[in-house]
Write a protein that binds this ligand. Structure first.
Ligand code: AMP
Length: 128
């Protein structure tokens, strides 16, 4: 059963194409469960995306349907990428946008890793 209200996974989304090697990426890590690469439009001096290899459209989908091994492998990869990029001393932020209110643009679950400067407020002030 899929998560109610979510569209089905689109195999033509840009991260699916990166996983299939159809478009290039600046890869920083790859293992059985995850791929990590530099964001094409970095918001901080270090801005890396970590994606699971499975076809999950969002965190809602991933957390509900991925196996324990996929979830453990993915989150260990997030930590490993940050560690191997040397981000632990200065610190970093991880973030995942989900759905419309979360501002998710690419419908393949991904975690952003931001680092390299003081990132500021957790959530920008906005009316509403
Ligand atoms: P989100 O808004 O959380 O869905 O984030 C999508 C992210 O994917 C944005 O930060 C984009 O800059 C990034 N992005 C889109 N296309 C590519 C690409 N081909 N390679 C690397 N990053 C990309």
């Amino acid at each position: 059963m899929r998560v109610t209200g979510l569209p089905p996974y689109d195999p033509n989304n840009v991260f699916a194409k990166i996983l299939r090697g159809e478009i290039p990426s600046k890869k920083v890590h790859e293992d059985e469960h995850a791929l990590a690469f530099h964001d094409i439009n970095p918001q901080t001096p270090v801005h890396v995306l970590v994606i699971p290899k499975g076809a999950y459209c969002s965190h809602a989908d991933f957390s509900a349907h991925a196996s324990d091994a996929e979830i453990a492998g993915f989150w260990r990869a997030v930590g490993k990428v940050a560690r191997e990029l040397g981000l632990e001393a200065g610190g970093y932020r991880i973030l995942s946008n989900m759905g419309e209110d979360g501002g998710q643009e690419v419908p393949h679950f991904h975690v952003h890793i931001f680092a390299g400067r003081r990132i500021g407020r957790m959530v920008p002030r906005e009316a509403g």
